[in-house]
Design a binder for this molecule. Structure first.
Ligand code: NAD
Ligand code: 6OH
Length: 485
């Protein structure tokens, strides 16, 4: 069925068709129907968006009192919640996610992100004053001072569309920058709605712009290559991150990269078994496994291995999950399901497409899947699937579990389940990741540092760490005459 929902670029405070004359379709992954038609931005449209962002920075937004700016962002948070039903409908239509997840977690968190960052800005930075004693008896006061970085390009993935868009927009705007956002071509709807909320909240035109399209030779590529962009904030695949980093080298623009993961989870026999199964089922299957923090490699102490495999199988088979984001990603997940079998895995459960009723057969459905029996060098244990699946490996010695968990080029997140706090901490400290949860998963305090090591990225987002990326630090050195000291 053809949708008549049309999604436009949002440039300089106005929705616009742009100049490319090109458009593309968004597929509803629940049944394969067309949910929207999107206007693709041309290089000229991207240029207009960057130019508008620059003008806003040099105009009203740049001159605005910080308190006024933060009040406007508070109104943006309220505006998201005032339009929450529109955001929920748009997100579900693009992603096929379960209603409760979008309504109770993702949309409220998007609004909250504005509140969290405006509070951090309001609380003030960690700027230092250093006094230098001068030979003439005077003193120089060195005061650290932060300015907005400038025009920020934010390029987002499809797995948590509004959460990711606002995770980028809230700190960028709170620290006084302007921005151009490029949402994923698979999930453009909620970022587009954000333009309306910005206008209603009274954010000056040009501060927040949205351009739609693909990566290379399209809106994403045009945006990251634009010389008017001062810094690029990217979340997505590692390969794309590498391409974006190359782009950012031209003109020496700063870059923040939140990339993929192949996250391990170590389960000791002394864990709270029921809590571990419940938490691990979530970390493997939540959001159809399409979450960078999700678990794909489990290392389970030998003495509980058989019992654990049966219990996680039962948990997997009772999951209600949405579809993958679309047919292309569904194919990618299924190709890994085939690879697992080619590499000799035992399929504990799943491994294919679930039976769905006739109206949904065109959807991007995949089964929650568990494997055992792969050698550690198997490709399946090295590459990110980004689907609802995991492999379970037994271990006997703690050091072997740590070694296998760390045998990855990625290093985003990990989990350790154990009733022995000292052991759990010791293991957590030994894992090469940006975040490690002990006896839980995905507890996110937005003030904490978030990011990965190795192929999982560069830089940290969250709390005061977002300030580092979104501001330029300068030193203002005032030389006081001896008489005034
Ligand atoms: P992707 O890299 O394919 O696309 C992300 C965005 O980059 C899209 O908007 C896309 O259009 C754009 N893009 C692609 N090529 C580009 C180019 N050459 N120049 C500029 N822009 C370009 O990622 P995805 O498939 O949307 O998301 C899934 C991936 O994202 C997974 O690997 C996942 O682990 C990762 N991810 C990481 C985090 C994190 O915080 N570490 C969070 C969410 C997703
Ligand atoms: C990636 O898929 C998940 C990202 C999550 C966050 O950025 C977060 O802040 O929780």
């Amino acid at each position: 069925m053809m949708s008549n929902r049309k999604i436009l670029n949002f440039i300089d405070g106005e929705y616009t068709e742009g100049t490319s004359g090109k458009s593309f379709e968004v597929i509803n992954p629940v049944d394969g129907s067309i949910s929207a038609v999107v206007t693709e931005a041309s290089a000229a449209d991207v240029d207009r968006a960057v130019t508008a962002a620059r003008a806003a920075l040099e105009g009203e937004w740049g001159q605005m009192a910080v308190k006024t700016r933060l009040d406007l962002l508070d109104a943006v948070a309220d505006g998201i919640m005032a339009h929450q039903q529109d955001f929920i409908d748009a997100e579900i239509s693009d992603t096929g996610k379960p209603y409760g997840q979008v309504a109770h977690m993702e949309i409220p968190r998007a609004a909250d992100q504005f509140r969290v960052f405006l509070k951090i800005v309001a609380a003030g930075g960690k700027n230092e004053i250093i006094d230098t004693l001068l030979p003439d008896g005077g003193v120089a006061h060195n005061r650290e001072f932060r300015k907005p970085k400038g025009v920020i390009a934010a390029v987002c993935p499809w797995n948590l569309p509004l959460v990711m868009a606002t995770w980028k927009a809230a700190p960028a705007l709170a620290w006084g920058n302007t921005m151009v956002l490029k949402p994923s071509e698979e999930t453009p709807s909620t970022a587009a709605l954000l333009g309306m909320v910005m206008n209603e909240a009274g954010i000056p035109k040009g501060v927040f712009n949205v351009v739609h399209g693909f990566g290379e030779n399209s809106a994403g590529g045009f945006l990251v290559a634009h010389p008017g962009v001062d810094a690029i904030n990217f979340t997505g695949e590692t390969r794309t991150g590498e391409a974006i980093m190359k782009s950012s080298a031209v003109g020496l623009r700063d870059v923040s990269l939140e990339l993929g993961g192949k996250n391990p989870c170590i389960v000791f026999a002394d864990c709270n078994f029921a809590a571990a199964i419940e938490g691990i089922a979530k970390s493997c299957f939540f959001n159809c496994g399409q979450i960078c923090l999700g678990t794909e490699r489990l290392y389970v102490e030998q003495s509980i291995f058989d019992k654990f495999v049966v219990a996680l199988k039962n948990a997997a088979e009772s999951q209600t999950i949405g579809p993958a984001v679309g047919p292309t990603h569904q194919k990618k997940i299924l190709s890994y399901y085939r690879l697992a079998e080619q590499e000799g895995a035992t399929v504990v459960t799943g491994g294919g497409i679930p039976k769905v009723n006739e109206a949904l057969v065109g959807g991007a459905w995949v089964q929650p899947t568990i494997w055992t029996g792969l050698p550690e060098k198997a490709r399946l244990l090295k590459e990110e699937v980004f689907g609802p699946c995991c492999h379970i490996q037994p271990f006997v010695r703690e050091e072997d579990a740590i070694r296998m968990a760390n045998d990855s080029l990625y290093g985003l997140a990990a989990c350790v389940w154990s009733g022995d706090e000292g052991k759990a901490r010791r293991v957590a400290e030994a894992l090469n990741v940006g975040v490690c949860w002990i006896n839980g998963w995905m507890v996110r305090d937005l003030r904490t540092a978030f990011g990965g090591v190795g192929m999982s990225g560069i830089g940290r987002e969250g709390g005061i760490y977002s300030m580092e990326f979104h501001t330029e630090l300068k030193n203002i050195c005032t030389i006081m005459s001896p008489a005034t000291v």
